[in-house]
Design a protein around this ligand. Structure first.
Ligand code: GCW
Length: 677
């Protein structure tokens, strides 16, 4: 079956549909005409065909659903005052019920733009599928973040860096002549959760994508995505002027180089008039950048920004910069490099910062750059693909992780300066805002490998739209849209989802441990990983285990990375008694017999966390087996087999880590923790 392919847009049959559900989708009218409005019509037809069977006849004479831009309404914005209309902005929408009698109601979806209407339509369809009527007071939504983009780490040969769901869905060979239906389905899925940008190529970039041969293909994709409100972006390899421009340098202060980029930008916009802009990884992990010429990150970013400026493009300049020879705690390097450049970036540059200072670990404290650069817009980069969280086979619902970071207080302007407010621009009044999610999408029939990893794509979109959305609501809605409204399914499985990321933290890296995965592919345990080309690509660098204790001292007696955070956090996290235990070994090196809050020694606590993760992975299997008859057999079996892998590997993690660390602690395992095999 292709249920997996349909993601959260299943449009499965609604049992005993009510007239409020049927009428809207059979008696509707869409004002005006445009490719986006055609998509809206098509989506409603698709949904009503799925929801109702046999499909009821309808008419548009007395519409029960009217979809219209505010400017196309007879009485302009007759329901909304001008203030509300302005608040909706370019992407927002309103859904309101007109008339008082239950059966005589007309639902109105309005927006300032066609794209707003598309978002409103998807919203209403999702409410109908979830049997949730439009509330009396209506629904008013507009995104808190302007650029809600996916980053594909997709190479031109269709391999995907850190991709675990098959190959890249961009079939460069067949483009531009063949347009696969999958491109439309990809765009539909993104539009249905408010994603409005896609970076097609890997940040470890290939400059060939900027040549005419590829721009033609990129244009073909951009043409598909446009009516769904999705802009295309590309990664720009910093040395492109040399590689495809035949210049001898890529120095950002060189006039020839600057002109080359200006011409290149002009050329790109001839193909794609609404091109979003460039994403750049420079001076990081072997990528070329301004450092090669003794220039700063601002010099590099500004050169590209100047080239894009006349066409309205932006530069997303990544802050994932750390030295080739690890002179200092890697945690500190991006901050040290970027903080002095605050205020020096052009107004069409936004600095793209990973959620934490190391690298997409199962848990990281928020990146200290958030809140530290009041004069520079910063965007969040989350990883949706699970490089460090068990790749395709381990279920980890990531919304709680995203939420945790977004809710952290930076104290930049005193209490209440959450990361989310840095990102949505409200804390420092930034005029440009964005969020990026490193995609987990590939050619697998269900797009994401694990069926439940579709939820992470979904959750990312929802949190980019509204960083204050709750994980619980997101999980609930995703389950209902993707599987069934049956509470006997939704309630237990929602619980599994919501606990799954903490479960992974428990069996991989509890109490603030990090980066102890196997070398380079990062799948499975590897706390013993040491040696090799650089210290900060080993595990021993991060856990520092010895007979004396374990953990990375980032206080003033150690690397003092802690000093990059606000005073309030330095006090709180710097103190062994007040630091939340989930960050303990991130910031402190502590002895094995250090006493935890519950009285256990550190060693006992560590062992119990590992065991807890294993226990949960096992009990999830039982819960899943108990809902067997609630969903289709194929997705049931697929998920079950992955859950079994996860439980086995949770045990692998526990055994490996406890055996390895036990050599140092030399302490017995506490009661309740199984002896490693
Ligand atoms: O997470 C690390 C990955 C690299 C990746 C890099 C980055 C695209 O291991 O594969 O490269 O980060 O974010 O640039």
């Amino acid at each position: 079956s292709n249920d997996g392919y349909k993601l959260w847009l299943q449009y499965y049959k609604i049992d005993n549909p009510q007239s409020w559900q049927i009428d809207k989708l059979t008696q509707y009218k869409v004002n005006g005409s445009s490719p986006t409005l055609d998509i809206i019509q098509g989506e409603i037809q698709r949904a009503s065909q799925g929801f109702f069977s046999p499909k009821p006849e309808g008419s548009s004479k007395n519409p029960k659903l009217l979809i219209s831009k505010i400017s196309d309404l007879d009485q302009k914005g007759f329901l909304l005052d001008s203030h509300k209309i302005k608040e909706l902005g370019p992407d927002g929408f309103a859904i309101q019920e007109l008339g008082d009698k239950q059966n005589d109601k007309t639902t109105l979806i309005t927006a300032n733009t066609d794209i707003g209407l598309l978002y409103g339509t998807f919203h209403l369809l999702q409410m109908i599928q979830r049997n949730t009527p439009v509330p009396k007071e209506g629904v008013f939504q507009s995104p808190k973040i302007q650029h809600r983009v996916l980053n594909h780490w997709d190479n031109l040969d269709r391999t995907v860096e850190r991709g675990y769901s098959g190959f890249s869905i961009w079939n460069w060979h067949r483009l531009p002549r063949h347009i696969d239906q999958q491109y439309h389905d990809y765009a539909r899925a993104n539009a249905s959760i408010g994603i409005n940008g896609t970076v097609l190529t890997n940040v470890n970039a290939n400059s060939l994508v900027l040549t005419p041969e590829y721009l033609e293909k990129v244009k073909a994709l951009a043409d598909v995505f446009r009516p769904y409100g999705i802009k295309v972006y590309l990664t720009a390899r910093f040395s492109s002027p040399i590689e495809i421009g035949k210049l001898s340098t890529a120095d950002p202060l060189n006039g020839e180089v600057q002109n080359w980029w200006k011409d290149k930008a002009k050329e790109v916009y001839e193909y794609i008039p609404d091109f979003g802009g460039f994403v750049v990884k420079a001076d990081s992990e072997g990528q070329p950048g301004p450092h090669n010429y003794g220039r700063t990150q601002a010099d590099g970013a500004n050169m590209l920004a100047d080239a894009l400026k006349p066409f309205g493009g932006i530069v997303m300049w990544r802050a994932f910069v750390y030295s080739e020879n690890t002179p200092d705690d890697r945690h500190k390097q991006a901050y040290n490099e970027f903080k002095p450049l605050d205020g020096l970036f052009r107004d069409n540059v936004i600095v793209q910062v990973k959620n934490g200072a190391i690298d997409f670990q199962p848990r990281e404290p928020f990146h200290p750059m958030f809140g530290a650069m009041p004069k520079t817009p910063l965007m969040m980069e989350f990883q949706i693909t699970q490089e460090y969280l068990g790749h395709d086979t381990h279920m980890a619902f990531l919304a709680p992780m995203y939420e945790e970071v977004l809710r952290e207080d930076t104290f930049a302007n005193g209490k209440g300066s959450e990361v989310s407010k840095v990102i949505d621009g409200s804390l420092h009044s930034n005029s440009i805002t964005a969020m990026a999610g490193v995609a987990n999408i590939g050619t697998d029939r269900n797009w994401t490998g694990h069926h439940f990893h579709q939820a992470n794509w979904f959750a990312y979109g929802r949190l980019a739209w509204n960083p204050n959305e709750s994980s619980e609501k997101i999980a609930d809605e995703w389950l209902r849209l993707t599987f069934t409204n049956d509470d006997d399914f939704v309630t237990p499985i929602r619980k599994i989802m919501l606990g799954s990321r903490e479960m992974v933290v428990n069996y991989m890296t509890p109490l603030g441990l990090h980066h102890i995965m196997a070398r380079s592919h990062h799948y499975g345990p590897g706390p013993w990983v040491t040696g090799g080309s650089r210290a900060d690509w080993t595990s021993t660098y991060y856990h520092q285990a010895s007979e004396q204790g374990i953990g990375f001292d980032r206080t003033s007696s150690g690397s003092n990375a802690l000093a990059q955070y606000a005073k309030e956090l330095q006090t709180n996290w710097g103190n062994l008694n007040s630091i939340p235990e989930e960050y303990l070994l991130w910031f402190h090196h502590v002895p094995w017999d250090h006493q935890l809050k519950n009285g256990d020694t550190l060693w006992e606590g560590l062992a119990k966390h590992y065991q807890k993760g294993v226990d949960e992975a096992r009990s999830n299997i039982k819960t899943w087996e108990s809902i067997k008859n609630k969903i289709d057999g194929e997705r049931f079996a697929h998920t079950l087999s992955f859950m079994k892998i996860q439980a086995e590997e949770a045990q692998w993690w526990r055994d490996a880590c406890l055996l390895y660390f036990g050599q140092f602690s030399k302490m017995p395992l506490p009661q309740g923790v199984e002896q490693p095999l």
